[in-house]
Write a protein that binds this ligand. Structure first.
Ligand SMILES: [Zn+2]
Ligand SMILES: [Zn+2]
Length: 339
């Protein structure tokens, strides 16, 4: 499908929260809108959920990214202008995920592993993201969103849901599944895991009784401190928290043959641990990014079985406060910015 460049309401400029210096506050700026090129679409942002990865981008904990940049990679928007080769048209509601572009020709891209493309560009890190009123995106990497989810509810599906889903798949057919860190991703993934019949054990920071109550409300069979032992041996554990010391703790909780999946993009160093924790075919692996196929599969799954997404909505100008909520672990569910 080809569409001519059409703009519903040509905006002269738009507001965006811009990261100019790592570790510094974001600055609210008004910038000129650009016309979408070739495969691009220009979206009016309806909602952008905030992810821990945004915090890592802002803090400079990732070994990549350009400056200045507009963070945000869980964007729900509507197309207001489309480039000549775009595969979307004006009015389409779509999501812009973390994977913003891949080369399509490297060994990874050609073997169905575009999540590992060395030339990939990530939204809100290498290219401007959704902490803004408008965003440009490559239409080939935008995801169609399921009906039945409002814009604010759909936004957290785009990373918390999607990368959590990839991690859940890597966890295999776990009957007993541990989730370490009960934030944005875990509150979605627990529902998908329960739907497939798993018993979920939620591990939080020591003393986080609010987080533990939240996990029990969402159906965890057990919730407790991550520093303590698991009540039953687990078939798999997914670590969403960026704390390396959780790796040996999670390994200790596993039954033989179990897997620890590290789902975050950044983690503090993993302390050394005795080989006995890895023995009996236990494994530790990471999950990196997403493929478009993951996106399509995941959106089908959440269309088929409804996920309740708990959100806390803040204004665009409050982006720094939103990041602080994630840093402190005080966010319940997902924080979403609405321009
Ligand atoms: Zn590639
Ligand atoms: Zn993310």
């Amino acid at each position: 499908m080809h569409h001519r460049v059409v703009t519903a309401t040509p905006p002269p400029g738009y507001r965006a929260m811009v990261l100019r210096e790592r570790g510094a506050a974001l600055s609210l700026e008004t910038r000129p809108a650009s016309e979408p090129q070739t495969h691009q679409v220009l979206l009016r942002v309806a909602a952008c959920a905030v992810c821990r990865t945004d915090l890592h981008v802002v803090d400079g904990e990732l070994d990549r990214g350009t400056l200045p940049v507009v963070p945000g990679h869980q964007v729900v928007g509507r197309v207001i202008a489309a480039g000549p080769e775009a595969v979307l048209g004006v009015g389409d509601r779509v999501g812009v995920p973390w994977l913003g572009w891949t080369c399509g020709s490297c060994a990874m891209c050609r073997s169905g592993r575009e999540n590992l493309c060395p030339h990939a560009r990530f939204t809100g890190c290498d290219v401007d993201g959704g902490f803004a009123e408008l965003v440009l995106a490559d239409s080939r990497f935008c995801l169609r969103l399921p009906g039945g989810y409002e814009d604010v509810e759909a936004a957290p599906l785009l990373c918390a849901g999607l990368i959590g889903y990839r991690a859940l798949r890597m966890a295999g057919e776990a009957r007993r599944l541990g989730l370490y860190g009960f934030g944005s991703a875990a509150h979605i993934i627990i529902q998908m895991a329960r739907h497939r019949g798993a018993d979920v054990y939620a591990f939080t920071r020591a003393g986080d009784t609010d987080g533990q109550d939240f996990a029990r409300q969402l159906g965890a069979v057990w919730a407790g401190d991550s520093t303590g032992p698991a009540p039953e041996p687990l078939d798999a554990a997914i670590i969403f928290a960026p704390a390396g010391e959780l790796v040996p703790l999670a390994l200790r909780a596993l039954a033989p043959g179990g897997t620890v999946v590290c789902a975050g993009i950044h983690m503090s160093d993993i302390p050394s641990f005795p080989y006995a924790l890895l023995w009996e075919e236990r494994s530790v692996r990471s999950v990196a990014n997403l493929t478009r196929a993951d996106g399509t599969d995941f959106m089908e799954a959440v269309a088929a079985s409804r996920v309740d997404v708990e959100t806390e909505v803040l204004a665009l100008a409050d982006a720094d406060r939103a990041l602080e909520l994630i840093r402190s672990g005080r966010a319940r569910g997902t924080v979403v910015l609405v321009p």
